[in-house]
Ligand binder design. Structure first.
Ligand SMILES: [Mg+2]
Length: 288
């Protein structure tokens, strides 16, 4: 073989085999980052080279471009195949989880203290039916708000049912962050931090975010009972049902942690109607 033919053959092998590592990567990670225009232009190019090789009877040009055509076709097929069929692991999501009314059961204590201080008989069903603001007389609104500012209010809250187990499951596939709008009650930092350390040791301090406006969060998912946090949030908001939001219509709502898992692990995206949220609340024991 002449030097010229050797160099030509080596070049043909290199440019043709170059697609093999790409195919391996496609099988592992899917083809989201690969562009169809590039693939089809490349395919057109190698097909034209193949025709050219046939016309001039150049063996190296023919076999190199025939193999390249085959490999590029495989690339296009793999890119077009849904990731699940490739056995690709789902994307690791960054999930931000609110505290109060999502993992920490603050409302029953809040309601109980309010009834104790004012002599009222407000129930969570009343709040779910009429809304929080309409359920509390104007002259008692400040009293209600002040309760969360009482020293130690957040220290001994009960854990929302199913939240520990659900976050343990989710943390195996996704990155969990706790995001609390703790600036609403700045004195709550220590109590909330201690509470998380006690009940959610799987969340390291580096993944606890005490903030003001949550739209600053760079997360894929935010699970929160306050829909106002979803307004400028760039990811997907899941409204976690609480008495004060039971009558709201939300694109994506979870009445409990089982439903959060259905959304995040099974891909349920159908919205739960607000009336179902109120019904779900009424099935829980009333604490007032
Ligand atoms: Mg909350």
């Amino acid at each position: 073989m002449s030097v010229t033919a050797f160099i030509g053959t080596l070049a043909a092998i290199c440019t043709t085999v170059a697609f093999v590592p790409q195919i391996v990567k496609l099988r592992k990670q899917g083809g989201e980052d690969l562009s169809y225009p590039m693939l089809f232009l490349y395919l057109a190019g190698v097909l034209l080279w193949l025709v050219y090789g046939l016309m001039i009877h150049a063996a190296a040009v023919i076999w190199a471009n025939a193999i390249a055509t085959f490999l590029i076709t495989i690339c296009i097929a793999l890119k077009a195949t849904p990731p699940k069929k490739l056995g690709r692991s789902p994307k690791r999501l960054r999930i931000a989880v609110d505290m109060d009314e999502v993992i920490a059961d603050a409302f029953p204590k809040h309601l109980s203290r309010y009834n104790e201080v004012t002599g009222s008989k407000l129930t969570k069903e009343m709040v779910a039916q009429h809304g929080l603001r309409a359920s509390i007389p104007e002259d008692k609104w400040e009293i209600f708000q002040a309760i969360a500012h009482e020293k130690g209010f957040f220290a001994d809250l009960a854990v929302i049912e199913g939240s520990q187990a659900a976050l343990a499951v989710l943390s195996q596939q996704h990155d969990i962050f706790i995001a609390s709008a703790a600036m609403d009650v700045p004195y709550s930092f220590d109590d909330k931090f201690d509470w998380l350390e006690k009940h959610f040791p799987l969340v390291p301090p580096s993944r606890i975010v005490f903030c003001g406006d949550k739209h600053i969060l760079n997360a894929d998912v935010l699970i929160d009972d306050r829909s106002r946090h979803f307004k400028q949030f760039q990811g997907t908001g899941i409204l976690f049902t609480a008495p004060h939001n039971a009558s709201e219509n939300a694109p994506l709502r979870a009445n409990n942690w089982k439903e959060v898992l259905q959304i995040l692990l099974d891909g349920r995206t159908k919205a739960v109607p607000a009336k179902q949220a109120a019904k779900a609340l009424s099935m829980n024991p009333v604490e007032s």
